[in-house]
Design a protein around this ligand. Structure first.
Ligand code: FES
Length: 193
């Protein structure tokens, strides 16, 4: 307890001493610094999370549009089944989803008819380079980085190079307008695992 002169009475606990203005300011500053530190940690994490939500994966029903990775292609235009002759490959993104690099898809016609269209992730399973859009002279999908080769008519099986597994496939179909559309998810993880 405090006496009338503001001093502690004999036997009173030091906890009875009122907090001085200087101590109150110090406590306020320490509390403010802790809050600022916590905010500095949290804001980058929130920014990363919002970026993750900004990109979207390929999904059934997405129309494929030509990718800039094919130099000869009309970028952004729908990829039509009739555009691909047997033995020709190109690359496409699901429309409005090109900001997700994992959505890059290699589409190849291996036979006539809608069933002759096959599609795979265009991200190499070795170290994640994008494969060439055009097939090589042997009709294979080739990676420019370390020369892995994949056979489009055989489920993108590895024919050569260091890639440890085939390119994941993705089912496609043809809609009423002749556009090639995504019909299901990738068969496995994209790129190196
Ligand atoms: S990244 Fe494709 S072969 Fe190495």
């Amino acid at each position: 307890m405090l006496g009338s002169d503001g001093r502690l009475e004999p036997g009173a606990s030091p906890l009875d001493r009122p907090t001085s203005p200087r101590r109150r300011i110090l406590k306020w500053l320490i509390g403010g610094s802790a809050a600022a530190f916590a905010a500095a940690l949290a804001l980058p994490a929130l920014a990363i999370r919002s970026l993750q939500f900004a990109t979207k994966d390929a999904a059934p029903g997405d129309v494929l549009v030509y990718s800039p990775s094919d130099a000869d292609a009309p970028v952004g235009q729908p990829l039509k089944a009739a555009d691909l002759a047997v033995g020709v490959g190109t690359q496409a993104f699901p429309d409005q989803k090109s900001d997700n690099a994992n959505n890059l898809i290699e589409v190849v016609r291996v036979a006539e008819g809608d069933a002759g269209l096959v599609a795979y992730s265009a991200i190499c399973t070795h170290l994640g380079c994008a494969v060439y859009a055009a097939l090589n002279q042997d009709g294979l999908i080739a990676c420019p980085c370390h020369a892995s080769l994949f056979a489009p008519a055989e489920g993108a099986a590895v024919i050569g190079g260091p890639a440890p597994r085939p390119l994941p496939s993705i089912p496609v179909s043809v809609d009423a307008e002749g556009n090639i559309v995504v019909a299901g998810p990738f068969s496995g993880p994209i790129g190196p695992v």
